[in-house]
Design a protein around this ligand. Structure first.
Ligand SMILES: [Zn+2]
Length: 160
């Protein structure tokens, strides 16, 4: 597919970017990580007092009209972390939304404190993270759509 922003050939199916760890754990040396963090594909803790869960945050790409998914981490309370454990292999669709804070800095944006609403769902799906309103460029683009140029530079950074 030719990219609508520049005409270059792009992979049309690259509609997500995933972060393997929350930034606070990724930043540690391997030694520190082993000593201080408990990591898993879907939940992590740091020093036994900071808790993170992984989910997906969707945004529509302008011009393409398709959804791009950020596979990111949210820092949550111990209660939410424990609740997610309980719901992990169950259907959490009727669970009221929980609160969290975005725990990854996204490429193309400055680091921001972005609150999230966390929606649990069926056991085979990761929770959906919905950003709550802030004054940031990030939030603005959640509403207006991700500019196609930005989508292109994001997938180029993470290609392969
Ligand atoms: Zn392009």
């Amino acid at each position: 597919m030719k990219c609508p922003c520049c005409g270059k050939e792009v992979e049309p199916h690259q509609m997500d970017v995933a972060f393997g760890l929350p930034d606070a754990i990724f930043a540690l040396s391997e030694e520190q990580r082993d000593a201080r963090a408990k990591t898993h594909a879907d939940f992590c803790s740091l020093d036994g007092k900071r808790y993170f869960i992984r989910g997906v945050m969707y945004v529509t790409v302008q011009e393409l009209g398709t959804k791009f998914g950020w596979g990111v981490w949210a820092e949550v309370s111990e209660e939410t972390f424990d609740r997610y454990h309980e719901l992990y292999d169950k259907d959490g669709s009727n669970e009221p939304p929980a609160a969290g804070i975005l725990a990854n800095t996204l490429p193309g944006y400055t680091a921001i404190e972005q609150p999230l609403e966390i929606h649990f769902g069926p056991a085979d799906k990761r929770p959906i993270f919905k950003p709550t309103p802030t004054e940031s460029e990030f939030y603005h683009e959640q509403i207006e759509g991700l500019p196609v140029r930005k989508w292109h530079s994001i997938i180029e950074q993470y290609a392969g």
